[in-house]
Design a binder for this molecule. Sequence first.
Ligand SMILES: Nc1ncnc2c1ncn2[C@@H]1O[C@H](COP(=O)(O)OP(=O)(O)OP(=O)(O)O)[C@@H](O)[C@H]1O
Ligand SMILES: [Mg+2]
Length: 270
Amino acid sequence: MVKHDIQQFEVKTEPHYRVVGSEVALYEAAYARRVPVMLKGPTGCGKSRFVEYMAWKLGRPLITVACNEDMTASDLVGRFLLDRDGTRWQDGPLATAARIGAICYLDEVVEARQDTTVVIHPLTDHRRMLPLDKKGEVIEAHPDFQLVISYNPGYQSLMKDLKQSTKQRFAALDFDYPEAKLEAEILAHETGVATETANKLVQVAHRTRNLKGHGLDEGISTRLLVYAGHMIAQGVAPEAACQMTLVTPLTDDPDMRQTLQAAVETFFVC
Ligand SMILES: Nc1ncnc2c1ncn2[C@@H]1O[C@H](COP(=O)(O)OP(=O)(O)OP(=O)(O)O)[C@@H](O)[C@H]1O
Ligand SMILES: [Mg+2]
């Protein structure tokens, strides 16, 4: 019998999440029927925060796995470990979540190799089970278990995309940066900057988001705006704060940096 300490996966305090549209109600309906959910959207737009909030709201433990291309099926499912007393099975995060009835969040799932991703297939259809081939056991998922994955559309190459047979196991919610007023409220709440400053930061971001596909792979995310807000709230001059959090991380191209600096100066230099 494999035992788990559920407490360590509980979301104990309410995460700050500003509802953007109908995503909470739709997610709740999907969870009520245990439909697996895919969250699609650019980096730093609130996907992870949303899952943490939903796990808290539904009172379910949350197990998050950051996927990468070196990840193997055993990293998800589990493996035998050697210790003094011989071999001991250790559940991977997916097996743990299936046993305890957690929400399992596979972040950036497209980074994992396709032969790794297929291990989620039997858990995400009517079977709701996870075969542990090496252990000779089949876990029947706990009734509360649900799988959620995140996916950044647009970054995929042909080599790196989900198989149709994986995609078509999920209902999907589109995420994007919140509209200007809401995003400014989020910044003010998260960092303590004044509303006026938050509004300016959002306007800088909007300029860069228009440059997506025209020299920038992605515009400034809500996450970077939060960083900028923190630096400013910490007493750093807005120009320096923006340079460090909104310009330098985004691009190495000197022309594009100048364009971004000009956008910052439009709003932050008197
Ligand atoms: N609706 C929201 N309510 C509250 N905070 C938000 C919201 N959207 C974004 N944020 C802020 O933006 C930050 C980044 O969001 P988050 O980490 O959830 O991004 P993500 O979409 O998971 O990005 P990635 O794809 O890179 O993992 C959060 O830490 C939070 O401060
Ligand atoms: Mg995330």
